[in-house]
Design a protein. Structure first.
Length: 401
C-alpha cells in the first residue's frame, strides 16, 4: 500500500504546489451521459459568446469571448468570473458557466466555492501581517522557533516570517517519499528534505507557507481555519471563504477535475487529499482554502485598508523576480508578501497570484483602489487567453464599469 501511495504522491501535484448583475448560467450538460462531441464545440462557443456579450459592457467583451472559448475548448466543467470595482456605486459583475461536478446537473452559482490553490498564500500573508501588527510577541520573535520541535533544513537557520512570506527563506519543498516514510509527519519530512538554495534568493516554497500557518497556530493557540474565519472571513463579510471542507458552504462546493483526466471524473473537496498520508491540514495555508469568485475579489480590494490591519505592506513593490519567474509582457515584475506585482502604467502597479493544484485553477488580479478580477475553474488547466484579457481590463479607469 505504501508503495502505491508513494507513486500516487509522486505522480500527482501536491495541493501546496497553488446589488449584482444578473447571473448567467450556460449549460454544460452531457449527451446520453457523455461529453458532447468535439463537433459541437464551435456551436457552443458561439452560443456562449452571444449570450454573455448581449447585455455586457463592450469593454468586457474580449474577456467574455476568451472565457467562453477556453471553457469549451478545454472542456472545463465549470467556471466562475468576478469583476469587482473599488467604487461602491458600481455593482459587481459576475458570470458562472457550466456545472459544479461533471456528469451532474447542479450549476455553478455565484456562491459556489472553488479550491484557491496557491492564492491561499495571499490570504495567509494578510492573516500573518495582521497578527504581527497586533501582537508584541510576534514583533519580538517572528521565526520558526515559535513552533515547538521545529527543525530547519540542513544549512538553514530557522526562517523568519518575512522571508517565508517573500519566498526568500531558502526552504525547499517536502520530499514526497519522506512524507510517506514518516507517515504524514510533515515537519520531520521537511527537515529531512533538501533546501532550495541560500536565503535571500527567491525560491518559491509551498512548504514555507505551511510553516507560516504553524507559526500562527503556535502563537495564538487557535487553528488556522479558526483564524481565517475570525480575522478575515467574518470581518469582511465573506461568507464563502473557509478552510473547512466540512462546513455547510463547502458541502455545495465545486468538484475538482484533473487536467490529465480525459473522462473528467469529479473529485469532491472532502476527498481530494485522501492520497496524502496523515492529516493533510498542514497544507491549507499554502493551498487549501476555498472561496467564491466574488468573495475572493472583495478580499483583494480590502488589502491595504483598515479592515485588514497590517496588510498595507502587501501592496509594496517587493523584490525583483529572477528572469525564469517573470511572466511575458510584464515590466519590473516583483514578488512581495503574498503577491507578485508589475508596472502597469506610470506609477500604477498591478498585483496578482495564481493557483493550480491539478484539479482546480485560479487567478486573482488586482489594481488597488481600482478593481479586482477573479477567475476560478474546476479543472486544473491554464486559461492563457482569459488571463491576458483580464490583465488588459486592469487598465480601464475606476468607475467605468
Amino acid at each position: 500500500m505504501l508503495t502505491s501511495l508513494r507513486a500516487s504522491i509522486a505522480a500527482l501535484p501536491l495541493l501546496v504546489a497553488v446589488g449584482c448583475n444578473p447571473v448567467t448560467h450556460v449549460d454544460d450538460r452531457q449527451v446520453d451521459g457523455h461529453a458532447k462531441p468535439h463537433s459541437h464545440k464551435p456551436v457552443r462557443k458561439r452560443a456562449c459568446i452571444e449570450e454573455l456579450t448581449a447585455s455586457a459592457d463592450p469593454r468586457l467583451h474580449a474577456l467574455l469571448r476568451s472565457l467562453c472559448a477556453e471553457w469549451v475548448q478545454l472542456e472545463i466543467p465549470g467556471i466562475a468570473l468576478a469583476v469587482v470595482s473599488a467604487d461602491p456605486n458600481v455593482a459587481p459583475f459576475h458570470i458562472e458557466l457550466g456545472v459544479r461536478c461533471f456528469g451532474q446537473q447542479a450549476p455553478v452559482e455565484a456562491s459556489t466555492l472553488f479550491r484557491l490553490g496557491s492564492i491561499s498564500k495571499t490570504i495567509t500573508a494578510a492573516l500573518a501581517l495582521g497578527l504581527v501588527e497586533e501582537r508584541e510577541d510576534l514583533q519580538r520573535t517572528s521565526d520558526a522557533t515559535l513552533i515547538e520541535g521545529f527543525v530547519s533544513q540542513a544549512g538553514l537557520a530557522p526562517p523568519q516570517l518575512g522571508a517565508l512570506l517573500r519566498h526568500t527563506s531558502g526552504l525547499g519543498e517536502i520530499d514526497p517519499a519522506k512524507l510517506v516514510d514518516l507517515e504524514g509527519a510533515w515537519m520531520p519530512a521537511l527537515a529531512q528534505s533538501p533546501a532550495a538554495g541560500s536565503p535571500d534568493q527567491h525560491n518559491y516554497s509551498n512548504a514555507g507557507y505551511s510553516v507560516v500557518g504553524a507559526m500562527l497556530e503556535a502563537v495564538t493557540g487557535r487553528s488556522f481555519a479558526t483564524l481565517v474565519d475570525e480575522r478575515i472571513a467574518k470581518p469582511l463579510g465573506l461568507r464563502s471563504l473557509t478552510a473547512e471542507t466540512g462546513s455547510p458552504a463547502a458541502q455545495a462546493a465545486a468538484c475538482g477535475h484533473l487536467a490529465l483526466d480525459r473522462d473528467r471524473h469529479p473529485i469532491l473537496v472532502t476527498e481530494d487529499l485522501d492520497f496524502i498520508p496523515g492529516d493533510p491540514r498542514w497544507m491549507t495555508p499554502a493551498g487549501g482554502l476555498l472561496s467564491s469568485a466574488t468573495d475572493l475579489a472583495q478580499f483583494a480590494l480590502a488589502l491595504g485598508g483598515p479592515r485588514l490591519p497590517g496588510s498595507v505592506g502587501m501592496l509594496e513593490r517587493g523584490d525583483l523576480l529572477p528572469p525564469e519567474r517573470v511572466h511575458s509582457g510584464h515590466r519590473d515584475e516583483r514578488y512581495g508578501q503574498g503577491l507578485r506585482s508589475w508596472a502597469l502604467e506610470g506609477e500604477i502597479r498591478a498585483f496578482a497570484h495564481s493557483g493550480n493544484n491539478g484539479d482546480f485553477a485560479a487567478e486573482l488580479l488586482l489594481v488597488p483602489e481600482r478593481r479586482a478580477i477573479v477567475i476560478l475553474s474546476n479543472r486544473g488547466v491554464e486559461l492563457p487567453a482569459t488571463l491576458a484579457a483580464a490583465e488588459a481590463l486592469l487598465r480601464e479607469p475606476i468607475g467605468s464599469f
